[in-house]
Design a protein around this ligand. Structure first.
Ligand SMILES: NC(=O)c1ccc[n+]([C@@H]2O[C@H](COP(=O)([O-])OP(=O)(O)OC[C@H]3O[C@@H](n4cnc5c(N)ncnc54)[C@H](O)[C@@H]3O)[C@@H](O)[C@H]2O)c1
Length: 263
């Protein structure tokens, strides 16, 4: 499968591009940043929110699917978040319509449901409850995925990623960790699942302390194999642990994250 990976120079992108190539896929990278040393495959240094530039990427080579990881993973103003996550997704989806590319795997976030109190397992039917403007933008990007699946019959998979790290770094991350190997398993499953239509899965490893329902992912072929518990001895408890585990979104619920929407 020839796959365009956006955000290919980023933290997730570097892991996913190598992992997909190892599994026999042909990877084309896209990022604002230049091609990392050693990257094998085509590369486009392009702003994903620039529809003309994105359209040109799609005419440069045939593609089978898109993995959309480009975007600012932190809180920002609402307009910045919408450009980073929603306009970029729209530019890709419109280029896919034009070029007949029918599958998009999206790096959504736990912050799309971050405002949910941490009392029950969170599953794919959990209603959107963003904790930040970042979370609002992820919800809106997921809505675009749904729209293009309904309108054009696309397969669009929103992966609500927990905490992608080489190792869990806090007590909360013992529940939310997504290991590098599981990230590759997740993306490949979402790329190859037969006819998922619009689907949501939780992008976390098989953590013993996990909060989220892994069955929607397993239904798409994502079987996580790693468990943050194997790293628990290396995690030091901190003073914010109780607050960080009170809601799905953890530290994004902190008062310090509050800001005006348009500043
Ligand atoms: N890392 C996590 O734990 C986590 C959790 C949930 C969701 N996500 C989502 O996964 C995606 C990747 O996250 P990450 O941790 O790798 O972030 P990152 O900042 O390491 O990488 C993002 C990459 O996207 C590129 N980029 C940003 N805006 C762009 C644009 N407009 N056009 C082209 N390239 C652009 C950046 O240059 C960077 O290389 C993001 O959408 C983020 O919201 C990450």
């Amino acid at each position: 499968m020839r796959v365009l990976v956006t955000g290919a120079a980023g933290s997730l992108g570097r892991t996913v591009t190598v992992g997909l190539a190892d599994r026999g896929h042909e990877v084309v990278g896209l990022d604002l940043l230049p091609e990392p040393e050693g990257f094998e495959g085509g590369w486009h240094a392009v702003d994903c929110a620039d529809a003309d530039a994105v359209a040109a990427v799609f005419t440069a080579q045939p593609l089978d699917a898109v993995v959309h990881l480009a975007g600012n993973p932190d809180e920002s103003s609402l307009p910045e978040a919408l450009t980073s996550h929603v306009v970029s997704t729209a530019a890709l989806l419109d280029a896919m319509v034009d070029q007949g590319v029918r599958r998009l795997v999206y790096a959504s976030s736990n912050h799309a449901v971050g405002g949910v109190p941490r009392v029950d397992t969170v599953d794919a039917a959990t209603l959107p409850r963003p904790d930040t403007f970042y979370g609002v933008a992820k919800v809106a990007a997921e809505a675009l995925l749904r729209l293009y699946a309904d309108r054009y019959g696309f397969d669009t998979v929103a992966c609500r990623i927990g905490s992608f790290r080489s190792q869990p770094e806090s007590v909360r991350e013992l529940a939310t960790w997504l290991s590098p190997d599981d990230a590759v398993r997740m993306v490949e499953a979402a790329l190859t699942a037969p006819a998922p239509g619009f689907a949501v899965l939780y992008g976390v490893s098989a953590n013993a302390r996990g909060w989220w329902d892994l069955e929607p992912g397993r239904g798409l072929g994502y079987d996580p194999l790693d468990d943050a518990e194997d790293h628990a001895a290396g995690v030091t408890p901190g003073p914010d642990d109780a607050a960080e585990t009170a809601h799905v979104g953890g530290p994004f619920l902190a008062p310090s994250m509050r800001r005006p929407a348009l500043d």
